[in-house]
Design a binder for this molecule. Structure first.
Ligand SMILES: *Cc1c(COP(=O)(O)O)cnc(C)c1O
Length: 430
């Protein structure tokens, strides 16, 4: 049993918290370096002709799966009014909600891991050289090669979509183990692509366990381990390189005078951890990383605060782990990420689910941009940090603020309309 204190009692009571990380800047574990990100980035470039061939929607970016960075001044004005805050900073949205192929940040890590596996198998077979045009991987010879292999993954939804769609396209036998809270349309979509979907009672961890068990029985099956995968992590980290290019193109300066704040929704921690690691590697002290989690599943925060990392789950302090935020209903953090992120994270805030719908609707009304509820969580954090930290840390009110919109464009229209209406109703009551 862990010893409860005031802070843990707040978590236990599902209260929203704003936590400043006392370990920022201390020595941490160096599990990755710049070269690892470069290697991942180059691998994605090798695959670009293949991606453009099999997913024509990526042709306008030449087979590079990347999202736009959009300034959203009207949204900032709406938040200032709604939350009664004031800031001189500028607000941007990183629109992974519109990423091609799977419409969420999982298109980065998930697709990268599958491509890396495919490359390894193809190189070992002698049918591919790294200097080849990878478009040839779309030919039947390779589809047949990959069909001898399996991929298994446990997922709350979006990772399953990325792995499933990419794996099936290459020719792999792909099985996605889903928790019972996963959306029906995601299961239907995957099945329509020829992916085997197995549904499990209970939460995300059980789905992951089932995936692991299946893969262990079969030496030809690769298990994508969302709780500890290096490849997923590096696929996410490449986002930092791409963002740096966008900063140059859009004349956004990252410096001591113009610091960068990045708000990242956190589930198991892989995607925010990878992006954060990449950004810290490139921008050092001038970037401030903020994680955002639901009050019902603040697993990373609990792991960092207690120093127990993946040795503690939210259930251990009586929290139910239930949230409407897709991708964030995770009770236990990654085995890999907590110790990597510990010296890098500036702060974390937690949110109550209802607020997601409010910001989702506000974003539609102010900027005509649709994201899924979990992807609106960064806005709660921007508001909360301004309320709680800006007095002691006035630099919070300057610089460039990026809310990472982690998902959206795969959500069916009627479902999105329901989210929007719920947001409007909540705003009317506020
Ligand atoms: C998975 C997911 C996240 C969080 O990513 P983790 O790697 O699990 O921390 C955030 N938002 C959305 C929409 C997701 O699908």
């Amino acid at each position: 049993m862990i010893k409860m204190d005031n802070f843990l009692e707040q978590l236990q009571n599902y209260q929203e918290v704003c936590w400043k990380n006392p370990k920022l800047g201390q020595a941490g574990e160096n599990l990755f370096d710049l070269e690892d990100i470069q290697d991942a980035s180059e691998r994605l470039e090798r695959f670009a002709t293949y991606i453009a061939t099999v997913f024509p929607e990526t042709q306008k970016t030449n087979g590079i799966i990347e999202s736009e960075l959009t300034e959203i001044p009207h949204m900032l004005a709406a938040i200032e009014k709604f939350d009664q805050i004031e800031t001189n900073g500028r607000l941007y949205l990183k629109r992974d909600s519109d990423l091609p192929i799977s419409g969420s940040i999982k298109a980065r890590g998930g697709i990268y891991e599958v491509l890396k596996l495919a490359e390894t198998i193809a190189l070992e077979s002698g049918k591919l050289k790294v200097t080849d045009d990878y478009a040839k991987l779309a030919e039947p010879e390779f589809v047949e090669l990959f069909s001898q292999y399996g991929i298994a993954v446990g997922s709350t939804g979006n990772l399953g979509l990325s792995i499933g769609i990419m794996g099936a396209k290459l020719g792999f036998h792909t099985t996605v183990h889903m928790s019972e809270d996963a959306k029906q349309w995601k299961k239907d979509l995957l099945r329509s692509k020829g992916v085997t979907v197995v549904e499990h009672q209970g939460d995300f961890s059980l789905a992951v366990e089932a995936g692991r068990a299946e893969a262990e029985k079969d030496p030809m099956c690769h298990f994508v381990d969302d709780e500890a995968s290096r490849d997923l992590f590096l696929g996410y980290a490449v986002a930092a390189f791409r963002l740096q290019k966008q900063f140059t193109a859009q004349k956004i300066e990252v410096s001591e005078e113009n610091p960068l704040f990045v708000y990242l929704p956190c589930g198991v921690g892989g995607s925010p951890g990878g992006v954060a690691f990449g950004l810290k590697t490139l921008f050092g002290d001038n970037v401030h990383i903020i994680f955002v989690e639901p009050t019902h599943s603040p697993c990373m925060l609990l792991g960092l605060y207690t120093q127990l990392h993946d040795d503690i789950s939210v259930n251990d302090i009586g929290i139910d782990g239930k949230t409407a935020a897709d991708g964030l209903a995770v009770g236990r953090p990654s085995r890999l990420v907590g110790k990597v992120i510990e010296p890098l994270m500036y702060a974390e805030t937690t949110f109550q689910d209802d607020r997601l719908y409010q910001y989702l609707a506000m974003l539609v009304d102010s900027e005509k941009i649709y994201v899924e509820p979990s992807a609106a969580s960064g806005f709660t954090s921007l508001a909360d940090l301004n309320r709680h930290l800006a007095e002691t840390e006035p630099f919070m009110k300057t610089g460039t603020h990026i809310v990472w919109a982690t998902g959206g464009n795969m959500v069916p229209k009627d479902e999105m309309a329901t989210y929007y209406q719920k947001g409007k109703d909540l705003l009317a009551q506020a």
